[in-house]
Design a protein around this ligand. Structure first.
Ligand code: B1M
Length: 225
């Protein structure tokens, strides 16, 4: 039976957790039988079905065809599907390429994107400490000190919380924590221009680019050391 990613996307839009999780499991098994590795299959399902479903939700919300309760229900189903992919995306036996503290900045409750970024970074050999949404500069700094992080990831999904990325970077700088660490920023409204304006070390538009950026930043830090 061929894989139909629309079934997952539709189940996320309909907030039908059982249907979504069943389709994720079935599609994983089909793609692996077709010869893809676990990781290749998980990435295809993530982008072709799950993120596509959340894109539809975004569009429906913009058009005011659905409202926050519906968005929250779909977000929960998205989390349920992510639980199925997590072990695959995170599996790695190598020593960590870098130590990342990631979260969504203070005032911002959106966490789906940064959870995906976290999983992809883990799956690509980074040690990731995900401190969750609504994280203050102090929370980021406490965790960075505790785990001796060399990469900090700041997610913001609201134009009103983007300035908190700048505040967090300032706080790290003033505390002298940027000598051996680099800051990455991301989130739907964030741009390269914004990243430059707030003195971030890099911007990534999605999880795959975050992995590339993290690798580059870790190499730069090694050269500077
Ligand atoms: Co909110 N919301 N929301 N929301 N929400 C947006 C962001 C919005 C664009 C919708 C819209 O109006 N079109 C809009 C922001 C407008 C703006 O600021 N310009 C909005 C609004 C207004 C709000 C509220 C203010 C609504 C209200 O209460 N009136 C409110 C704010 C609450 C708060 O945070 N204080 C609110 C609440 C919510 C829910 C709680 C209902 C829910 C969040 C549930 C959750 O996360 N647990 C929600 C959702 C789901 C959305 C949309 C529909 C989807 C976001 C999402 O999960 N996308 C969103 C619409 C949109 O973004 N187009 C919207 C899927 C996810 C995979 O993508 O998060 O972009 P994304 O992550 C990507 C990349 O951006 C990148 O990689 C990820 C994977 O590829 N990335 C990084 C993300 N972080 C990164 C960090 C990095 C690097 C890359 O480096 C570290």
């Amino acid at each position: 039976m061929p894989v139909d990613y629309d079934v997952i996307a539709k189940a996320i839009v309909d907030a039908d957790k059982d249907a979504a999780v069943t389709a994720v499991k079935e599609d994983l098994s089909i793609l692996i039988k077709e010869g893809l590795t676990d990781l290749e299959a998980a990435k295809k399902i993530l982008h072709g079905g799950m993120i596509a479903g959340m894109d539809i939700i975004s569009e429906l919300w913009v058009q005011e065809k659905i409202f926050i309760p519906e968005v929250l229900l779909s977000a929960k189903v998205m989390h349920g599907c992510m639980n199925e992919l997590r072990p695959i995306l995170e599996a790695s036996g190598e020593p960590p390429r870098g130590i990342v503290v990631i979260g969504t900045v203070k005032g911002d409750l959106h966490d789906i994107g940064q959870n995906i970024v976290s999983m992809m970074l883990r799956g690509n050999g980074f040690e990731v400490h995900n401190i969750g949404p609504n994280s203050s500069p102090e929370k980021f700094m406490d965790k960075a000190r505790e785990v001796n992080a060399n990469l900090i990831g700041l997610s913001a999904l609201l134009t009103t919380t983007m300035p908190m990325q700048r505040e967090t970077i300032k706080a790290f700088d003033e505390a002298g924590l940027l000598e051996d660490a680099a800051i990455m920023v991301g989130g739907a409204p964030v741009t390269t221009d914004w990243a430059e304006k707030i003195d971030a070390d890099g911007y990534a538009p999605d999880a795959a680019h975050t992995v590339k950026l993290a690798n580059l930043l870790v190499e730069d830090l090694a050269v500077q050391a």
